[in-house]
Design a protein. Sequence first.
Lengths: 113, 115
Amino acid sequence: DVKVTQSSRYLVKRTGEKVFLECVQDMDHENMFWYRQDPGLGLRLIYFSYDVKMKEKGDIPEGYSVSREKKERFSLILESASTNQTSMYLCASSLYTNTGELFFGEGSRLTVL
Amino acid sequence: GDSVTQMEGPVTLSEEAFLTINCTYTATGYPSLFWYVQYPGEGLQLLLKATKADDKGSNKGFEATYRKETTSFHLEKGSVQVSDSAVYFCALSDNSGAGSYQLTFGKGTKLSVIP
């Protein structure tokens, strides 16, 4: 079975803290994505990566950065967490570029106090 | 830009009722269309897809037909079960080349099925 694993299901952080969300996929997929999911807003793309060390901004990159040092791992970084970054964060991967078939992790629910 | 509009929820149905969740889209080219489902406490998973006009995607008793003339991709199921309770997302993939890495999602429709 294909698997996308997000390291933390639930996190609570304080305003101003640096936060790392880790995502690992075991499918040798080229493409990886970070979304945030908020009630009434659906899924919004933060960043994506189509190759190691490559990254592209999505629709809402402000306040976030990413790292992809290895093909299987894609990290989302909040340099200085703020309360408006309280959300569910979903990582996904795909083998091909424009087929739309994404495999998602279970999500990381981040609360920033 | 591309966009997806789906009916707002929540939708509450009794077991064995007929389900329709409406989805319409706006896209510049000829997108591929998808329905994803998110069960409680889980990530999204692909439910079905259609890649060209008049294609019908189906899976687990769910169906959706790609209607280019009405720019729609409505999700249907003839008889829902309690286990179908989830959030359903309509999505499109722009196949025009530009932005083709990305999926555009609707806001999601929460379905609750009561016994």
